[in-house]
Design a binder for this molecule. Structure first.
Ligand code: C2E
Ligand code: MG
Ligand code: MG
Length: 712
């Protein structure tokens, strides 16, 4: 008898037999052959052992037992834990076909008839164990495959009988949302009909070619599942070749990759499109424009790049909030798209018409107009855009009228590529903005030179504002009669890391041109209010602070809200602030200025007219402007005491102030002679180096705590 050379420990067997003698002999024989043998003397004990000590590699089960016969035990084993797949060899004494049939029906794997041939027993058992293990391993790998298919949302199929039958795995049924009944009667054509129209013929041909010519294939296509849901699948198939080298079938897997495709799509959108408006972003726009420019070169036609920069959008956001601001931007982007005629837009291949409008900044859009041969055509489009933007928008019951500054650059005249064109158009838009907004400008070369120098200085200043390089100094305004401090003017300085203290004369004009004056004024107002609050908390004498407002700040519709918010935040009254404006600022748009001045005064702020005399205001206008104070410019103050023309002007300004009931302040008082002259002519409120230079806040606080002695 050969000894089984199986891995230790040997296969575990359980012998269930009530015949003590026979069981013992079988056990001995099998132990001797290398098996690990357990014994049970009846059905109940056997079942208990299967449950508790399983899994076994094989059961030897006697048919004839009292209480519970072998058939019943076998049936119950199949229901029991560890029993479903174990090979069961029935020991049957009745070598008739009926009892063998009964044994199979009860779930037996095979049978051994009594009397037992002891020589053959271990061979039979060994064979059955091996077969059982092989089946078990096949089952396991099949289960693993099923799980993998399940996880991968994949199923397999086979096209057999010359393409006449399509066999579908249970996993594929899930992928196709097919019920077993549907699958049972479905023909290959029915499965093909699930494929989207555009791909159906391709799939049919590929399957046929695989079957007939043995060519494997891979394809991604859309299907409409049996339940009507549309999904994207990936299919891969290869030919099955039999022993004789004949192509007998096609085997394939079909995987539902919709989620992955959608995720990729989302990522692509995020990378290429602006989330808010759905328009291509700056980078993607560049990619779209390039082929349109190539086409234009080929055809010898021109293009125009348009840069649309929304005016004062910050104040729109301030007024209606960012969420509504976003809604407005979406609306504007839709208007831009629809107001550019189809023929104005690039229609090159993948560009598509709409995608040639792009959002390139928070409040800025670009678009490429094709087949534009001269300025005039582009100007027409720009006009159309301006009026589309200016159509009133109602948000939360409020009517907004927006404007934009538009810049245009022509291809090939101004630049050779998308990036260069965009830069030129942007500069032109900037020129339109500084020329007063709500208009368009074409690019010219001089702009370019100016722009790059300015850009460098501008970014320097932007950094100064954001990195805290600004300082706010205060210059006292005094009553020359008694030396009392009656106010102070807040004057900004730039503590430059290399250049030291830079005076405002050098950077305020740049700030105004670049729009940086708005954040700069924000900072000045905020700092002034914080300083006023601190002085009040320190118990120092309260003096109103004059803040200089440049034109963009004065014109900014958000100014009122901003001032109110500041006062509320620092618990201050409007009388704490005096707003200094210049004549030229008011004269640039008299109607608007009058309204704005009225609005500010109604709120309780006082307004001072700075540098008075240097501008061109006529008496007529002065009468119309609702203001509180006139500041005589230093240029008249310097020589006024000598009499002459300057003296006459100074005296008449003081008289004028009296007539209009205005406060008059003399600026730039440096000497006693100047001060005495002004005082004698009824102008006690003076500001100048004679009394105090502009100084840091702490020095000014010290001065308030111990006011300087009367100088006159
Ligand atoms: P301004 O508003 O007319 O300010 C008065 C200027 O005269 C200040 O120059 C001040 O230092 C200077 N000054 C005062 N007393 C005398 C004096 O006795 N003699 C001489 N020679 N000068 C005197 P500063 O600080 O250089 O400011 C220049 C201008 O810059 C200001 O003229 C104002 O228009 C502007 N500015 C200053 N700060 C700000 C600000 O925060 N915002 C805005 N928008 N403009 C500002
Ligand atoms: Mg001033
Ligand atoms: Mg002044």
């Amino acid at each position: 008898m050969t000894t089984l050379n199986l891995d230790k420990p040997g296969p575990r067997l359980l012998i269930i037999d009530d015949d003590h003698l026979l069981r013992g002999m079988a056990a001995n024989t099998l132990r001797h052959a290398g098996f690990d043998v357990c014994e049970a003397e009846d059905g109940f004990q056997g079942l208990a052992q299967v449950e508790e000590q399983g899994p076994f590699d094989l059961l030897l089960l006697d048919v004839m037992m009292p209480d519970l016969d072998g058939y019943e035990v076998c049936r119950r084993v199949r229901q029991a834990r560890h029993g479903e797949r174990v090979p069961v060899l029935m020991l049957t004494g009745l070598n008739d076909s009926a009892s063998i049939e009964l044994a199979y029906e009860a779930g037996a794997t095979d049978f051994i008839s009594k009397p037992i041939n002891w020589t053959l027993l271990s061979h039979r058992v060994r064979y059955s164990v091996r077969a059982g293990l092989a089946i078990e391993s096949a089952m396991r790998s099949r289960e693993r495959l099923e799980r993998a298919h399940y996880i991968a949302n994949m199923g397999s199929w086979e096209l057999v009988d010359d393409g006449a039958r399509f066999l579908c795995s249970p996993e594929l049924m899930r992928v196709l949302a097919a019920s077993p009944a549907v699958v049972a009667r479905a023909q290959p054509e029915e499965f093909l009909s699930l494929v989207a129209d555009a791909d159906r013929d391709t799939v049919r041909t590929l399957r046929q070619t695989a079957l007939q010519e043995g060519k494997p294939y891979q394809l991604t296509f859309a299907i409409q599942r049996f339940d009507g849901v549309v999904r994207t699948v990936f299919e891969q198939a290869a030919t099955v070749i039999d022993h004789n080298g004949r192509q007998v079938a096609v085997e394939g897997i079909t995987q539902d990759i919709t989620d992955r495709v959608e995720a990729e799509e989302r990522i692509k959108r995020l990378a290429h499109y602006d989330v808010l408006t759905g328009l291509p972003n700056r980078q993607f726009f560049g990619e779209l424009v390039a082929p349109a420019l190539d086409r234009s070169t080929r055809l010898g036609t021109g293009c125009a790049m348009v840069y649309v920069d929304m005016d004062r959008f910050k104040s729109v956001n301030d007024a209606i909030g960012y969420a509504q601001g976003d809604t407005v931007l979406r609306l504007i982007s839709a208007r831009l798209k629809s107001s550019v005629r189809t023929s104005d837009l690039a229609m090159d291949g993948r560009a598509g018409q709409e995608s040639m409008v792009s959002r390139v900044g928070a409040n800025a859009f670009t678009m490429l107009l094709v087949d534009i041969d001269d300025d005039k055509q582009a100007a027409l489009v720009a006009d159309r855009l301006l009026s589309a933007i200016a159509t009133p928008i109602t948000v939360d019951g409020r009517e907004l009228i927006l404007t934009a500054s538009i810049g245009m650059a022509l291809y090939p005249r101004d630049a050779a590529d998308a990036e260069g064109l965009t830069r030129c158009a942007e500069q032109a838009a900037y020129a339109a903005k500084s020329a007063g907004r709500a208009q368009y400008r074409f690019f010219d070369e001089a702009m370019n030179v100016r722009a790059s120098a300015r850009l460098a200085r501008e970014s320097d200043l932007r950094r100064a504002i954001s990195e805290g390089q600004l300082r706010l100094h205060y210059q006292a305004k005094v009553d020359a009669a008694d030396g009392a401090i009656v106010g102070a003017e807040a004057l900004v300085r730039w503590q430059h890391p290399e250049r030291g203290m830079v005076s405002p004369g050098e950077f305020i004009p740049l700030a105004e041109e670049s729009g940086l004056i708005l954040p700069l004024t924000d900072w000045v107002l905020e700092t002034a209010c914080a300083d006023i609050r601190r002085r009040a908390d320190l118990g120092l004498q309260p003096v109103p602070v004059s803040v200089n407002l440049a034109s963009p700040s004065f014109a900014d519709d958000g100014l009122r809200g901003q001032l109110e918010a500041l006062l509320a935040r620092y618990h201050l009254t409007p009388s704490c602030l005096v707003l200094e404006v210049t004549e030229s600022l008011l004269m640039s748009d008299v109607e608007r200025a009058v309204l704005r001045l009225q609005e500010l005064r109604e709120l309780g702020f006082r307004v001072s007219l700075d540098d008075f005399g240097t501008g061109y205001s006529s008496l007529g206008y002065l009468k119309r402007f609702p203001i509180d104070e006139l500041k005589i410019d230093r240029s008249f103050v310097t020589d006024a005491w000598k009499g002459g023309r300057d003296g006459a002007i100074a005296v008449s300004v003081i008289a004028l102030g009296r007539v209009f009931g205005l406060h008059v302040v003399a600026e730039g008082v440096e000497t006693m002679a100047q001060s005495t002259f002004l005082l004698a002519h009824g102008c006690p409120h003076q500001q100048g180096y004679l009394f105090a230079k502009p100084m840091p806040a702490d020095a000014f606080e010290a001065m308030l705590a111990a006011p300087p002695k009367q100088v006159i």
